[in-house]
Design a protein around this ligand. Structure first.
Ligand code: GLU
Length: 415
């Protein structure tokens, strides 16, 4: 346990900071903080043993000033309404900073998806969709995968939604490519993390080729970040999964690691690597640390032990606000989640646009435009930081909150 604030309090504190720095009025602050709509539902599901279990499902639609609500659905034992609300808020700032025409939302179901069979997950997802379909829509709210959900989950949602509204691929993003998903979407969050990490390394006065990178979480985001950093010449010295971490200070063989994991193996099966714990990985001496698993991994309990020069938030809110202060005092640069991990929702925007136009892009185009949008978000944040001082997180929130506030005014949302 730590004494750090909850994720929701930390996120609201970031908004409040931006409201103060931008000189926005208290009326506007209320509109920016309060979710525009929230739904909690009971989801009865027939389990394989014949019994019924009722799961709790959530959707927090935080803000739609800049476009339809957008954000993933998380299946996790800790998912609850407050947690979903905090994640929904982060989506609003993420889409605004990346300048994609969406608002922000998040969904959740409190469930450990590893304990359910494929059939049970299918039925749970259909039930969730039936309970939410009236607030979803291509121009209303477009879900995507998040922790514990996948392209398969999106396929089930699309199917269930389509059975009511007709074939509607643009209702979800992160779908299987065969069903209208975009090439490059699955790798986009990790690729975006790497693009931003490389920019930060160069601004730090170094180069990817001279950088040692440690990645906590070798899942969808972490593995694609590792691949892209490796391709750009960086030395990926450590990665971890939920069972533990591996390290080799002269660099892990990422090609080999990918083959092992693709074959159903464990990261610990990689030869030429020492084992360590997740906690030890976070405290390794390295140039770039990418926490890409879950929130609250760098807290006041371990922040003073961090020996990375740059932290790039691959996960949502892995660094608590209290830890942020400790890291800033230690001169460690933190590239915040709403900038670093926007690659997923940027590629989601491309997927949604392709679905609406019924026209598929090639991978080269997806990657090129993704890199361009990530670079633009990085630059606008850096400009703000260079002009106003403060942390990169402050600068990112200033740009994002400023954009949303401006649109709320222009729309006349508050009459
Ligand atoms: N779940 C991802 C995120 O947290 C992607 C959201 C999306 O593509 O809508 O950014």
């Amino acid at each position: 346990m730590t004494l750090d604030n909850s994720m929701l309090d930390g996120t609201i504190a970031s908004i409040d900071g931006a409201v103060r720095r931008l000189g926005l009025e208290d009326d506007m602050r209320q509109v920016l903080v309060e979710p525009w709509r929230e739904i909690q539902v009971g989801l009865p599901v027939r389990m394989d043993d014949g019994n019924i279990r009722v799961f709790k499902g959530y959707r927090s639609q935080h803000n739609a000033a800049r476009g339809p609500y957008k954000g993933g659905i998380r299946y996790h034992p800790h998912a609850d309404l407050e947690h979903t609300r905090a994640l929904g808020m982060l989506m609003t700032w993420k889409t605004a900073l990346a300048d994609v025409p969406f608002g922000g939302a998040k969904g959740g179901v409190s469930v450990d998806p590893r304990e359910l069979s494929t059939g049970e997950l299918n039925r749970l997802t259909r039930r969730y969709t039936l309970s939410m379909h009236h607030v979803l829509g291509v121009n209303r709210d477009i879900p995507a995968p998040d922790l514990g959900t996948s392209a398969q989950t999106m396929a089930w949602i699309m199917d269930a939604y389509g059975s009511i509204h007709g074939h509607t691929p643009g209702i979800v993003t992160g779908k299987p490519v065969e069903l209208g998903g975009s090439v490059g979407r699955a790798e986009a969050p990790g690729r975006g993390v790497a693009v931003v990490a490389c920019r930060a390394i160069v601004d730090y006065g170094s180069s990817p080729e001279h950088s040692r990178v440690a990645i906590q979480g070798y899942g969808a985001v972490g593995s694609a970040a590792a691949r892209t950093m490796f391709d750009r010449g960086a030395n990926v010295i450590a990665v971890s999964d939920m069972h533990g971490a591996i390290v080799n200070t002269s660099g892990l063989d990422i090609d080999q690691l990918e083959r092992i994991v693709a074959g159903g193996g464990n990261i610990s099966d990689l030869a030429d690597a020492d084992q360590l714990t997740n906690a030890e990985l976070l405290e390794l001496e390295c140039d770039v640390l990418i926490p890409a698993a879950i929130e609250d991994v760098i807290t006041t309990s371990n922040a003073s032990n961090i020996r990375a020069k740059i932290i790039v938030e691959g996960a949502n809110r892995p660094v608590t606000s209290e830890a942020d202060q400790v890291l800033s005092d230690a001169n460690i640069l933190v590239i915040p989640d709403i900038l670093a991990n926007a690659g997923g929702v940027v590629a989601s925007y491309f997927e949604w646009a392709q679905n609406i136009q019924v026209f598929n892009w090639e991978l080269d185009r997806v990657n090129r435009e993704l890199d361009q949008m990530m670079n633009r978000a990085y630059e606008v944040t850096k400009e703000r930081k260079d002009r106003n001082g403060g942390s990169t997180r402050d600068a990112a929130f200033d740009v994002a909150v400023g954009r949303v506030a401006r649109v709320i005014k222009i729309r006349g949302y508050v009459g």
